[in-house]
Design a binder for this molecule. Structure first.
Ligand code: ADP
Ligand code: MG
Length: 257
């Protein structure tokens, strides 16, 4: 892959927790505009890799470059400002707000940090025009995910699947160029899963880049253009789905689970 075509480049990333090499020299690149899958057995280090990319944890070694800029060890909010976001579970404070309020606040505290800043006088004091534009984007996003009828519902009252839609919608409010999705379909019924996948494909066609962690191998093989396989903190294989599916080392890693 030509570095100029990569949105994200991860190079030699490492993280130890106590005696465990959770991420042990991980290198891969994600081509701009693709839906790339990141798979691997439980405990392979996928979520930790996401945490290292998005500033949730500082890496012990290695580099992360996003759109040509090094973001290694940067804070989550700064990385989101660059256009790289991941979904976060709806925090407790956000459960007590409506779906509409969740989206209104998203651009100013995506991960739920800075929430107090965002709610108190700031929001009300905003210039009207800015608020009007934000409101319009919020409604567009609610419609995109077909949750506009839930606008006044408290986030805490949503079903598991509706919550996933809201998480994705919140992340999208940051106006990212790349999204990291960590098992976005967990606990989602098949109808909603299909809807979410449609939205992902639609956004990808509009130019967004996706890196998707998902345990359903068939789903990954059907929907992703490239697949990265992790096992025991390392990259075991990388390539197009057909190649990955028949890779002996990948088959062994899954059988040995
Ligand atoms: P995956 O997402 O692929 O299932 P994880 O990245 O969650 O894997 O975990 C990789 C390894 O790192 C596992 O052995 C897990 O127990 C360990 N681990 C992850 N996060 C922590 C943490 N905060 N503290 C200690 N160990 C952790
Ligand atoms: Mg995980």
């Amino acid at each position: 892959l030509d570095p100029a075509d990569a949105s994200l480049v991860v190079d030699g990333l490492a993280k130890r927790f106590g005696g465990i090499d959770a991420v042990d020299g991980v290198s891969f690149a994600v081509e701009r505009g693709t839906l790339t899958g990141l798979i691997g057995p439980n405990g392979a280090g996928k979520s930790t890799t996401f945490d290292l990319i998005t500033g949730v944890h500082d890496p012990d070694g290695g580099r992360v470059t996003f759109e040509g800029r090094e973001i290694t060890g940067a804070r989550t909010a700064a990385i989101a400002d660059e256009g790289l976001v991941r979904t976060f579970q709806i925090a407790r404070e956000l459960e007590e707000m409506t779906v509409l309020e969740n989206l209104m606040l998203a651009p100013r505290g995506q991960s739920g940090e800075n929430l107090v800043d965002a709610v108190t006088p700031g929001l009300r004091g905003r210039v009207r025009e800015e608020e009007r534009e934000l409101r319009e984007r919020v409604w567009d996003t609610l419609e995109l995910f077909e949750i506009d009828h839930l606008a006044e519902e408290y986030a805490g009252n949503l079903s598991g699947g509706q919550r996933k839609l809201l998480e994705l919608a919140r992340a999208l409010m940051v106006d990212p160029s790349m999204m990291l999705l960590d098992e976005p379909f967990a606990g989602v019924n098949p109808t909603l899963e299909e809807k979410l996948l449609d939205r992902v494909h639609q956004l990808r066609e509009e130019g967004l880049t996706f890196l998707l962690v998902e345990h359903d191998m068939d789903l990954i093989m059907e929907h992703c253009e490239r697949v990265v396989v992790m096992h025991q903190g390392q990259v075991l294989a990388e390539g197009p789905p057909a190649e990955i599916r028949s890779n002996e080392r990948v088959i062994d890693a899954y059988l040995g689970e």
